[in-house]
Design a protein around this ligand. Structure first.
Ligand code: NAG
Ligand code: NAG
Ligand code: NAG
Ligand code: NAG
Ligand code: NAG
Length: 952
């Protein structure tokens, strides 16, 4: 198999010497023979009897070609010198377009890939390589050098993402370039180890530049995870057109560009669990067999090859012509293009990276690795790895867990995730890397660092958190002689950050790749025009969320939750409550006394001294009191595991959308508990608005979702005792690509229907009648600016309607018009991405563009904030997202808090009274990383509904 067939061999004779090009990946024996026969030895052959001599010569050449391959088989994978020599050269550098000046970054605070370097340093790099990292000096530099004074700013190595699908797919996602999964050609089945991500790469994917703007300079581009063996992956640098001619050349984005192909690293992508199980109709049993059979077949070939090599060596030295004849019949060394990468796995030539979530799947794959003697470099996703760190270690393979910090819950194998996984794995000394799985807005690799910061917030020590996106993935991929560190001899991939890299919203001010600046400083400044970061804030290192020992917590919470008990909280530094009983928007050092959820005193310590008597005291260091937050959720309470229909209320019925009787009501399907509820509680989200479920993963779509319900997240209430705080909140529809359905196959047909619905419903005593006269809000999920303009026109024609837009991408382009038309917005993509054609002009946000929220703010649009997704695994990040928006929009902390509380209420007409609203006490500032909820109080029921809530 795989040997190229010879076509028109005679014509080859006329070719000039050196005209033959050998295939790069597998130098086929036949190719070598042809090369020798026709290029190097023509005279020799023509002088002799053509038949006899040609044959024996051919045999010898086959033998030698095979033996050359044998030597390759036995050669170890290239090992590079470590520590790295400062004189190393960057193989990607070229004299025409490479870094041509020497740059010194002066006075940097450096994380070098392992830890923070003590004191400020100066970094010098040239020709794409770091030359020196030295204690900062203030003396004049000698020689020609571009000196950039960083004034103590944070600098890290360029980040390394060990799991991305950009370039293979490409933004905007189009059918024509969706090349990640070799899946649709079912004939090949779930085993496609022979395909290479390289052959799919679109070296113009705009995501590459977006990703680099997040400081991510290197990525491992992997085939998708549909198949048990998905194919080979490749490392790239996230800089397009970096070759000498500045063209879109795939070869020139490869990290190992400039290194001989035979010496390059190879990576195999594999997958366990649900994907191959669901796509090909085999169980895990079947998939395991299919894989083992493949390995056995490859092992068989490997042994044949080794046997051949042994015999060929012997025959070569003895000159045994009979043996040579036997060994060279049928082309010589046994080979197979289809099995090449699998055999290479068995020879230890390929790093194995396996998409594997669950404990049983990881265990199974480890057994396979023992049976067939290959080493697993990393388990990817691996959201349940935290349950079995010792099992992973016992494998002896030093397997890296390349995971998400909080993306989870969307399918069964992602349901056992733990927000503390990083911390737990680190405690067991399992190497941990965070990775993006970049493919769409949800997984935008630009925000890789946010995952490390989030891991740190949940207890992963700071150095390990930063290693998880630098040196750990670099080491795991055996690229730590070039990337992952900021040290002499390493590639000059360097990110300069605007704040501590583990702080919220840390954003690059400059990103160097191979020594070349990739950001335009003018553009960066413009993107930051609203940022007001104080110097002290830049230097602050963020803390992890505080926790209480279980026994302390149990005792405390038992006391606190006893009905009628008095609680005294000291050390409150900031309150955002508007109640007459508290100091609104006050900061200082306050004490709060409450009895049964009712505040009896709020003031400086002495003021509340007498009221405090006999209370349970909770001493805080940096207490914050916020309104209970309100989340507009994706499907909270309606679907527990998005990909499992049996855990959800179900989709939208097909019916006549004009019939108000056919409208779905979330209130009839909602459940008031689940994993995301626990996450809501640790974020201080006390209320949620959930629209009826449009099953985004199914083909059955509808533009009309139905009527949302308002629920409490405490899990203490049921449907029968106040768990639903508002039955009917708003009517939800979607307009855009997601609204195309069998019934309404175009956006234009949906717009027409919506118009008709408003016209014919006016004056009718139905839900639509209420929407038409504006007594009931209409929430339209929409992204594209033209679709938004259509909605503005509808509002102009029906000025009474209470129109609310939810979404993001196109909003900034019509911000003035939205403000003028008095249309409020629930922004879901303040960190949006142009992942689809309809969102192509999404404002990507700093450092490339201004943030969408800053434009809405400037235009005076009333807006609130919500988080998008397949489900609600990030719901606890709601206050963080608000803090992030505020940083880039120039909003103060009060406005930030309002984005996720009062503005939501106002926009949806929830009419919450300041005296009876929920409130939440945090230790720490919830607008930054590292705050934990201490207590949450239901303002209507005057009841403590959570006490030091915990969520995995
Ligand atoms: C150095 O490179 C920059 C950016 O590619 C280019 O603008 C400049 O002309 C180059 N300078 C020299 C001396 O080649
Ligand atoms: C580095 O920058 C900091 C902050 O601007 C400054 O206080 C310090 O003096 C600088 N150190 C050197 C060596 O320039
Ligand atoms: C295991 O892998 C990690 C990260 O790749 C590396 O830091 C560590 O040195 C390795 N340990 C051993 C024993 O090889
Ligand atoms: C706040 O007040 C309490 C009580 O007077 C005191 O113990 C504590 O040290 C103060 N905290 C700060 C940060 O000033
Ligand atoms: C709006 O329509 C509903 C349903 O017909 C009706 O009950 C309500 O009174 C109307 N309100 C106004 C202000 O027109």
């Amino acid at each position: 198999m795989g040997l190229p067939t010879l076509q028109e061999p005679v014509s080859h004779r006329h070719r000039k010497r050196g005209h033959f090009r050998l295939p790069l990946s597998i130098v086929s024996a036949v190719g070598v023979i042809l090369f020798l026969q026709f290029s190097i030895l023509p005279r020799y052959i023509s002088k002799s009897s053509p038949e006899a001599l040609a044959v024996s010569q051919l045999q010898l050449q086959r033998l030698d070609a095979g033996l050359a391959k044998c030597a390759e088989f036995n050669a170890p994978v290239v090992q590079y010198e470590k520590p790295v020599s400062a004189a190393r050269e960057n193989s990607r550098w070229n004299s025409k377009s490479g870094q041509n000046d020497t740059i010194m970054l002066r006075n940097a605070t450096v994380f070098d890939g392992e830890s923070f370097v003590k004191g400020p340093v100066d970094i010098v790099f040239q020709k794409g390589v770091v030359v020196s990292v030295m204690p900062a000096s203030s003396t004049e530099v000698e020689g020609m050098m571009t000196v950039i004074d960083l004034g103590g700013k944070f600098v890290t190595p360029g980040l390394v993402d060990m799991h991305s699908h950009h370039l293979d797919g490409g933004w905007p996602i189009l059918k024509a370039t969706s090349d990640e999964n070799e899946m649709l050609a079912k004939a090949w089945g779930p085993l496609t180890p022979f395909v290479r991500a390289l052959d799919s790469m679109h070296a113009y994917d705009i995501a590459t530049t977006i990703i680099a703007s997040g400081g991510v300079t290197s990525s491992l581009i992997l085939p998708g995870s549909a198949n048990i063996m998905g194919g080979e992956g490749f490392m790239v640098k996230n800089i397009l057109r970096s070759g000498p001619n500045g063209e879109e050349v795939v070869e020139e984005i490869l990290l190992e560009h400039g290194i001989p192909v035979t010496e390059r690293r190879r990576y195999m992508k594999m997958a366990c669990g649900e994907n191959p199980q669901g796509l090909y109709g085999h169980t895990r049993m079947g998939n395991a067999f299919i894989f083992r059979e493949q390995m056995a077949t490859a092992e068989d070939l490997r042994q044949k090859q080794d046997m051949w090599c042994k015999n060929a060596m012997a025959a070569r030295s003895s000159g045994d012509s009979e043996a040579i004849a036997r060994l060279t019949v049928n082309g010589g060394l046994p080979e197979s293009l289809k099995l090449d990468s699998t055999v290479a796995m068995l020879r230890g030539k390929i790093g194995i990276n396996v998409h594997c979530y669950e404990t049983e799947d990881m265990w199974d794959m480890i057994q396979h690795s023992k049976e067939f003697n290959f080493r697993i470099q990393a388990f990817h996703h691996a959201l349940e790895a935290w349950k079995v760190p010792e099992m992973l270690k016992d494998s002896g393979e030093n397997i890296t867990v390349a995971t998400f910090s909080d993306f989870s819950l969307y399918k069964k194998e992602a349901y056992g995730a733990n927000l503390y996984a990083g911390k737990i794995l680190a405690e067991h000394r399992v190497p941990i890397a965070y990775k993006s799985d970049h493919g769409e807005e949800q997984t935008n690799a630009k925000y890789l660092l946010f995952q490390a910061a989030n891991g740190h917030a949940f207890g992963l020590p700071a150095d390990l958190a930063l290693q998880s996106v630098t040196s750990v993935p670099a080491k795991s991929l055996e690229m730590d002689h070039r990337i992952g560190y900021l040290r002499p001899g390493y590639d000059a991939d360097i990110a300069v950050w605007d704040s501590h890299p583990l702080s919220l919203g840390a954003t690059p001010l400059q990103v160097y790749i191979d020594g070349k600046a990739t950001l335009d400083p003018v553009q960066v400044e413009k993107s930051r025009s609203k940022v007001k970061l104080q110097n002290t804030k830049i230097q602050e290192s963020p803390v992890s969320r505080p926790t209480l020992d279980t026994d302390v917590k149990e005792k405390l919470c038992q006391n606190v939750e006893t009905p009628g008990s008095k609680v005294v909280i000291t050390g409150i530094t900031r309150s955002y409550l508007g109640s007459s009983k508290t100091k609104s928007s006050s900061s200082g050092n306050y004490t709060m006394v409450m009895t049964g959820g009712e505040i009896s005193c709020f003031g400086i310590h002495d003021e509340c001294l007498s009221a405090s008597k006999g209370g349970t005291i909770i001493e805080l260091k940096n207490g914050h009191v916020l309104p209970g937050l309100t989340a507009m959720t994706v499907n909270l309470g309606l679907s527990e595991i998005t990909a499992e229909p049996s855990t959800s209320d179900g989709g939208i019925p097909k019916g006549d959308v004009m019939d108000p009787e056919a409208v779905s009501y979330a209130k009839y399907g909602v459940h008031l508990e689940g994993r995301a509820f626990k996450r809501a509680k640790i974020g201080g989200v006390t209320r949620a608005i959930t629209p009826p479920l449009i099953d985004t993963w199914s083909e059955q779509k509808s533009f009309l979702s139905g009527v949302s319900v308002g629920i409490k997240t405490s899990e203490k209430k049921t449907l029968l005792d106040g768990g639903i705080f508002k039955d009917d909140v708003a009517l939800h529809v979607t307009i855009g690509q997601d609204s195309k359905s069998e019934q309404f196959p175009s956006i234009s047909s949906v717009i027409a229907k919506l118009r008709k619905l408003l016209t014919v419903s006016a004056g009718k005593d139905t839900i639509y009648g209420k929407v038409a006269n504006g007594t009931f809000p209409l929430v339209v999920t929409v992204e594209n600016k033209y679709d938004i303009m259509q909605l503005i026109k509808i509002k102009q024609d029906h000025p009474n309607i209470n129109l609310v837009l939810k979404g993001g991408a196109g909003m900034p382009f019509v911000a003035e018009e939205l403000a003028a038309a008095n249309i409020p917005v629930i922004l879901t993509s303040h960190r949006g991405a142009p992942d689809s054609f309809e969102k192509l002009d999404t404002l990507i946000g700093p450092p490339l563009t201004r943030s969408p929220a800053s434009i809405l703010t400037d235009a005076g649009v009333t807006f609130a904030l919500a988080i998008n997704g397949f489900s609600d695994p990030y719901i606890h990040n709601l206050p963080l997202e608000a803090g992030w928006v505020a940083k880039y929009s120039g909003l103060d902390d009060d406005a930030a808090v309002n984005l996720v509380s009062r503005n939501v209420e106002k926009i949806l007409g929830l009419n919450v009274d300041e005296e009876t609203r929920d409130w939440v006490v945090y230790e720490g500032n919830p607008l930054e990383f590292g705050a934990s909820v201490v207590l949450a109080v239901d303002g209507l029921d005057k009841e403590i509904v959570s006490c030091w809530p915990y969520s995995e």
